[in-house]
Design a protein around this ligand. Structure first.
Ligand code: LHQ
Length: 259
């Protein structure tokens, strides 16, 4: 079985991290498969939403620590190499994908695994799932976007506590703090995540891509207003805008084509 499974059904590309015996800790092969999966999502118009999840009892525990030789006498490891070649391009690719990415956090999300979840556009978690900024336990700093996402999502005080203490934050608390969108019962996670993905995959895909650009931009109000104007111009030229307005006037549900 591949260490990352990719399947496409009804406009949704599902990417499943699949090394359950290691709680889906990431190795170079997984990064490569993730890259291919996300590139496919970017290129294929038939894919209108991505659903990211993990197999087994973990979502992802970040970098595979077994790959790091830290024995006495071993050469020091330049960790910037794997950030530069794998993690940073992954997070950039996720944020730049002009289609929504839903993350279904099925279990523990630790280290870079937690922050890859936070890089998704909507995160729903099983009640038994948890988030751990495990980095400081290893003497490291939050990476894979963590130092950016955490203070913005939960404020500096909570971000600091999470990063310094590296304690597990349960899914319920994560939702209460605004780190994630919502929590569902374990038995309902797959179904709820799929329903969300289906809903987004039948939405105005072009508009979603533009709204990602707007919400992830970090500008002054002045520059943001200009950006909104430019993105709205583009959104207004879409077929889906016509359909949305027509459906409103005809008092029916819109049938978006994603164009
Ligand atoms: C693992 C891992 C793992 C290998 C569980 N590696 N085997 C990014 C890029 C570039 C540079 C450097 O850093 C980074 C950032 C990072 O992501 S560094 C890694 C950060 N992650 C961690 O520190 C998490 C390490 N894992 C844990 O602390 C525990 O596994 C947690 C608390 C997540 C879960 O604990 P348990 O439920 O008790 O499970 P377990 O520890 O027994 O894990 C099950 C197996 O998975 C076990 O293998 P084994 O062969 O003994 O059954 C673990 O060794 C393995 N595993 N995470 N990251």
């Amino acid at each position: 079985m591949a260490s990352v499974l990719v399947s496409v059904e009804a406009g949704v590309e599902t990417i499943t991290l699949n090394r359950p015996e290691k709680l889906n800790a990431l190795n170079p092969e997984m990064h490569q498969l993730l890259r291919v999966g996300l590139e496919r999502a970017a290129l294929e118009p038939a894919i209108r939403a991505v659903l990211l999840t993990g197999a087994g009892r973990g979502f992802c525990t970040g970098q595979d620590l077994a790959e790091r030789d830290v024995s006495v006498g071993a050469a020091p490891i330049d960790l910037s190499v794997s950030l530069g070649s794998h993690y940073n391009p992954l997070v950039r690719r996720m944020r730049a994908l002009p289609k929504p990415i839903i993350c279904a956090v099925n279990g523990v999300a630790a280290g870079a695994g937690a922050n890859i979840a936070l890089a998704c556009d909507i995160v729903i978690a099983a009640r038994s799932a948890s988030f751990v900024q495990a980095f400081s336990k290893l003497g490291l700093v939050p990476d894979a976007g963590g130092s950016y996402f955490l203070p913005r999502l939960v404020g500096t005080a909570r971000a600091m506590g999470l990063a310094l203490l590296a304690e597990k934050l349960d899914a319920e608390q994560a939702a209460q703090w605004g780190l994630i969108w919502k929590v569902v019962d374990d038995a309902r996670l797959a179904e709820e995540a799929r329903a969300l993905a289906d809903r987004l995959a039948s939405g105005p895909t072009k508009g979603y891509g533009l709204l990602k650009k707007a919400l992830y931009a970090r500008h002054s109000l002045d520059a943001q207003l200009d950006l909104e104007r430019d993105l709205q111009r583009e959104a207004g030229y879409s077929e889906d805008y016509r359909e949305g307005v027509t459906a409103f006037k005809e008092k029916r549900e819109p049938r978006f084509k994603g164009k």
